[in-house]
Design a protein around this ligand. Structure first.
Ligand code: LMR
Length: 340
């Protein structure tokens, strides 16, 4: 082989290498940025459907530059783990219940768990729109950005015995989310609270590790809680809602136009998720009733008065946990008036 042919082979090789590098760079440039959105409930719930709507809007409006992978049903992470995963950047988005931010060191979100704080959905939404936005600022130092609040209606109570009066709760082991306000609430009723991940609820009820729980009908139905709980009381004593959150570094690192896509998609998915919440819960309740497995009870006004009497001291007791100023701000925006 002469010198010239060696040189031309080298030139050819380096040209080929260059072309390959260019091709791979352009594939990389076109590869979508992936947002992993993890949550703990079924796809067929207000949160599940909201996440799906967000995915569709983002992918369509970014023309494929952003890809959203939704992981429902604690498939990737359970309650506490998912917050850690978000901070580590293993997932980019979550929508945990407001009752689950305590372990992160942001206790103020537990104000939303104060029993009988909200009289209706409007009173809840007014509180997220005011105090809620202030609380989002507290997440920033945890590398988390709050994007929106999603509503999921009022809590009911369940057990394998009727729960009409406060005395009915005595000694019952009740599963709760990790909120200390919910812990105090169950103790005030004479029950024994047990913090447990949502993904473990069905098994725990089935095996008798706990006797009962509180929750919303859409979750009771989709997690089959109604199969292992004979009695449900429509107490509306608490309210379930989610903070849709994103890893702050990830969000800040997105190109400006894609951040705008995320913001717009969240706005529209929020409108959607909030609009379907009450209907989805009503449908869940109808299906639970139709199953014939759970007796659904509506408490009398006198019974609710008795529950409130037992539970109001929790508000004062929790001042040390969530802060007096936070509670007062919540009262104001919720239009809460303490019962006489
Ligand atoms: C629960 O743990 O009961 C709820 O927070 C689950 C959920 O996300 O709706």
């Amino acid at each position: 082989m002469n010198v010239l042919s060696v040189l031309s082979r080298r030139t050819l090789l380096s040209a080929a290498l260059g072309a390959a590098l260019l091709a791979s760079a352009s594939v990389q440039a076109q590869a979508p940025i992936v947002i992993k959105f993890s949550h703990v409930v079924a796809p067929d719930t207000p949160k599940g459907k909201g996440a799906q709507r967000f995915k569709e809007l983002v992918e369509q409006r970014s023309a494929g530059r952003l890809k959203v992978e939704v992981y429902p049903n604690s498939q990737l992470y359970k309650d506490k783990e998912e917050l850690e995963a978000l901070q580590l950047g293993s997932v980019q988005m979550l929508a945990p219940s407001l009752a689950k931010f305590g372990p992160l060191g942001v206790k103020e979100f537990e104000v939303f768990d104060l029993p009988f704080l909200f009289k209706d959905d409007a009173s809840f939404r007014n509180t997220t729109a005011t105090l809620g936005l202030e609380l989002f600022k507290k997440l920033e130092s945890k590398d988390i950005k709050g994007l929106a609040y999603w509503d999921n209606g009022f809590h009911v109570m369940s057990a394998n015995k009727p729960l009409h009066t406060v005395a009915d709760f005595k000694g019952l082991k009740m599963r709760i989310q990790s909120s200390k306000v919910l812990d105090a609430q169950m103790r005030a009723l004479g029950a024994i609270p047990q913090v447990m991940a949502f993904s473990e609820l069905y098994q725990a009820l089935q095996s008798g590790v706990v006797d009962g729980t509180e929750g919303v009908p859409s979750n009771f139905y989709t997690q089959k809680v109604f199969e292992v709980q004979k009695h449900l009381t429509l107490s509306n004593h608490g309210h379930l809602a989610y903070a849709v959150i994103i890893n702050k570094k990830f969000y800040d690192g997105l190109p400006v136009d894609l951040r705008t896509v995320v913001d717009g998609a969240i706005k529209d998915a929020t409108t959607y998720a909030n609009a379907i919440a009450s209907t989805e819960n009503a449908i869940g309740l109808d299906k639970i009733k139709a199953s014939g497995k759970t007796t659904v009870y509506t408490p009398t006004a006198a019974e609710i008065t008795e529950w409130k009497k037992a539970l109001m001291p929790v508000h004062k007791e929790m001042e040390g946990r969530v802060g007096k100023a936070t509670i007062e701000a919540a009262y104001k925006s919720a239009g809460f008036v303490a019962p006489k």
